[in-house]
Design a protein around this ligand. Structure first.
Ligand code: SME
Length: 157
């Protein structure tokens, strides 16, 4: 049985080889969503991307139940990670003011910003929900931020 760090270390290597030389952001995000959902099938209930477009975070590729299409800056967990340009971990979504409930089964959440290659602008976020309370910690943050930076290095966003 692999531990969380081992699973993530392998996932990061897989992401690197899977998207190397690829420039199509939709395809890249679709494959990363699939890879992460497969890496943690029990812990990850919803895995996906919201990308900044026309002043809002707009739904991108994901794995899991249907989700809302757009999120304003500063709104919900995703919009907060965008506004603050940093990772947000929520142990209990019911205690997060303004949390946007796409699935009533989600209990905890991590949102990691993706930065532009050319500036400090946030161009999108990785969003992961769990059906368990407090499912995410610094290990998730470290590895998901690494995946976000691989996306930044690979694609001209
Ligand atoms: N819960 C998020 C909205 C997106 S869904 O979780 C897929 C939020 O509060 O921003």
């Amino acid at each position: 049985m692999q531990n969380k760090k081992e699973i993530y270390a392998l996932a990061v290597k897989q992401v690197q080889s899977l998207i190397e030389g690829e420039k199509n952001i939709v395809g890249i995000e679709a494959n990363i969503s699939a890879l992460l959902k497969e890496a943690f099938p029990e812990r990850f209930w919803w895995v996906g991307f919201y990308m900044v477009h026309e002043g809002k975070l707009q739904l991108g590729p994901f794995q899991g139940p249907v989700a809302c299409y757009s999120i304003g800056k500063g709104k919900g967990v995703c919009g907060t990670a965008w506004a603050e340009a940093k990772t947000v971990i929520v142990d209990d979504v019911e205690t997060f003011p303004g949390h946007i409930a796409c699935s009533s089964l989600s209990r905890s959440e991590i949102v990691v910003p993706i930065f532009s290659k050319h500036s400090n602008d946030v161009v999108g976020v990785i969003d992961i929900d769990s059906k368990d309370l407090a499912a995410f910690d610094e290990t998730d943050q470290t590895y998901l931020e690494r995946i976000a930076s691989i996306i930044t290095e690979t694609v001209d966003l």
